[in-house]
Design a binder for this molecule. Structure first.
Ligand code: CAA
Length: 257
């Protein structure tokens, strides 16, 4: 892949955007490569958690405006509509996924962070959905995932004004989980991820699916989904180990099965 790198740190896979000359703008190739990377880390049993990042530079300054500038509706409905599934592939990785954001996370870049389960931002991070300033609206989930996360009124402010928000403002509105000094970004993101990956992988996958399914449906359908996942976990070795370890007053050794 040209613009997306996959690095490994023990059980963590880092999906790193690598198009600094364009502030990691998301052209069709980058989006397709993100989808490929999502498939690779999702299938790798050695990978227990994933970080999506642009490193200490910029996360991503949005969809590639130069690539989109001359396009018409049919192009956007076909090629672009199909390739945005790269975002959905990332969202459906059945493992915890953290966006480690520094610098600009604008437009499609902000929307990329929103498909992750949690967002750790550096003190240099700047979030925004400036599509309105280009005569369009967010097209990769911004009008859907953002209001589900921060509420419709805050989302509308961000979408209608096209304003930029510093990391601390994003924290105050509930867009990010925590803000850390830029030089500690990756360490803090990995530390948060490891707090998750020390637990059983099947339970984590069920927890993620249950929250995500529940966010997209009514309460009682969500509760029924949760109950099925909860019950299914009683057929795993990890459930037996977790509860036996509690009774025996020792730490559990989860195997992810
Ligand atoms: N698309 C294409 N190229 C981009 C880009 C983008 N979204 N963002 C930055 N770049 C390019 C610039 O054109 C520039 O390239 P050249 O050197 O060839 O001129 C290079 O990256 C560096 O950028 P700047 O010189 O502009 O850097 P700056 O520090 O002065 O400004 C910025 C940084 C505020 C992020 C500014 O680049 C900017 O406003 N970018 C666009 C942000 C935006 O509107 N994003 C939304 C895009 S639409 C979208 O995302 C739709 C969707 O929902 C999928």
């Amino acid at each position: 892949m040209d613009y997306v790198l996959i690095e490994r740190d023990e059980e963590i896979a880092v999906i790193r955007l690598n198009r600094p000359e364009a502030k990691n703008a998301l052209n069709l190739q980058v989006i397709a490569e993100l989808g490929e990377a999502a498939d690779i880390v999702a299938r790798d049993p050695q990978v227990k958690g994933v970080i999506v990042t642009g490193g200490e530079g910029d996360f991503a300054a949005g969809g590639d405006i130069k690539e989109m500038a001359t396009k018409y509706a049919p192009d956007m409905l076909t090629a672009y509509g199909a390739d945005l599934s790269g975002f959905e592939k990332l969202e459906r990785i059945p493992k915890p996924v953290i966006a480690a954001v520094s610098g600009y996370a604008l437009g499609g870049g902000c929307e990329l962070a929103l498909v992750c389960d949690m967002i750790v931002a550096s003190d240099t991070a700047v979030f925004g959905l400036p599509e309105i300033t280009l005569g369009i609206i967010p097209g990769a989930g911004g009008t859907q995932r953002l209001p589900r996360l921060v509420g419709p009124n805050r989302a509308k402010e961000m979408i209608f004004t096209g304003s930029f928000y510093k990391a601390e403002e994003a924290l105050a509105m509930g867009l990010v989980n925590k803000v850390v000094p830029v030089e500690k970004l990756m360490d803090e993101a990995k530390a948060l991820l490891r707090k998750c990956t020390r637990h059983g992988a099947v339970a984590l996958a069920c927890a993620k699916a249950s929250v995500n399914e529940g966010m997209n449906t009514d309460l009682y359908t969500g509760l029924a989904y949760e109950r099925k996942c909860f019950s299914l976990l009683f057929s795993t070795e990890d459930q037996k180990e977790g509860m036996t370890a509690f009774v025996e007053k020792r730490k559990p050794q989860f195997k992810g099965r």
